[in-house]
Design a protein around this ligand. Structure first.
Ligand code: GLP
Length: 245
């Protein structure tokens, strides 16, 4: 595992964007696994800036996102589709037909998940998977206790995740209770993984995930067993890992 210590959030965003852009430059027709949440927003902004300058070309890139809320349409401002469109897809020259997320409006959960697995398999897997880290160690929406052997599946969000994501909704009751998410097995199949972590409030879980035991109760801890993981984290979130890196 490589750990890049960033001075602050903008340094983190630039470093992460550099790694993503290197992937796109080295393999223009790559498959990028993308993530939502607040942490990757700065990296997306930086990628858009480089695209506008003419330094990046997304015309051959395909993307698959980690997750989507169940029961929320693409037009809904809280959907992850809307988020990706706002923050990246509509700002660069990516072909919309090559941007994939689980279909939140598919009521048949088994079908939604099987279809998404099929898309990922048919693309030949993910070249670079971007990840954030939930306060309880979740990646995508793989909450604590999840079996490491799962592919895309439907999850019940934990109270903690519902509360953490409440900031994007009008009230707690508006936060969906379920989501479709790539599983740990899907994430671990990516050829490279890039995790971005920011803020003091992630310091405890970051230490547990990367230096604690590998256990389903901290889903991100499985990343210790992946052969090509890069962590880009700011000083605040690395506070408890100082003596270890
Ligand atoms: C959500 C997403 C995750 C993300 C996490 C952390 O639960 N499903 O993919 O990593 O939030 O988000 P943030 O970066 O806002 O802390």
């Amino acid at each position: 595992m490589r750990i890049y210590r960033a001075k602050d959030y903008s340094d983190l965003s630039r470093k992460a964007a550099n790694i993503i852009s290197a992937q796109v430059i080295m393999k223009p027709n790559c498959v990028l696994g993308l993530a939502t949440g607040s942490t990757p927003v700065g990296a997306y902004r930086q990628l858009v800036e480089w695209y506008r300058k003419g330094d990046l070309d997304f015309s051959e890139v395909t993307t698959v996102n980690l997750d989507e809320y169940r029961g929320i349409s693409r037009e809904n401002k809280q959907s992850y589709y809307y988020f990706m469109n706002e923050n990246l897809f509509s700002q660069v020259n990516i072909h919309k037909t090559r941007t994939f997320l689980p279909d939140g409006m598919e009521e048949d959960a088994r079908k939604a998940c099987a279809d998404y697995n099929q898309i990922i398999h048919s693309l030949g897997g993910v070249d670079l998977q971007l990840l954030g880290l939930g306060h309880n160690g979740h990646i995508g929406f793989n909450e604590p206790g999840i079996a490491f052997e799962t592919e895309t599946h439907c999850v019940n969000l934990t109270e903690r995740t519902i509360k953490a994501n409440m900031r994007f909704f009008l009230s707690e009751k508006d936060v969906p209770r379920q989501a479709y998410t790539m599983g740990i097995k899907t994430i671990m199949s990516a050829r490279k993984i890039l995790m971005v972590v920011s803020g003091e409030d992630k310091a405890d879980i970051l230490e547990e995930a990367f230096f604690g035991p590998v256990t389903p109760s901290v889903p991100a801890s499985i990343l210790q067993l992946h052969g090509d993981v890069t962590l880009v984290a700011d000083e605040a979130s690395l506070r408890k890992c100082k003596d270890r890196i």
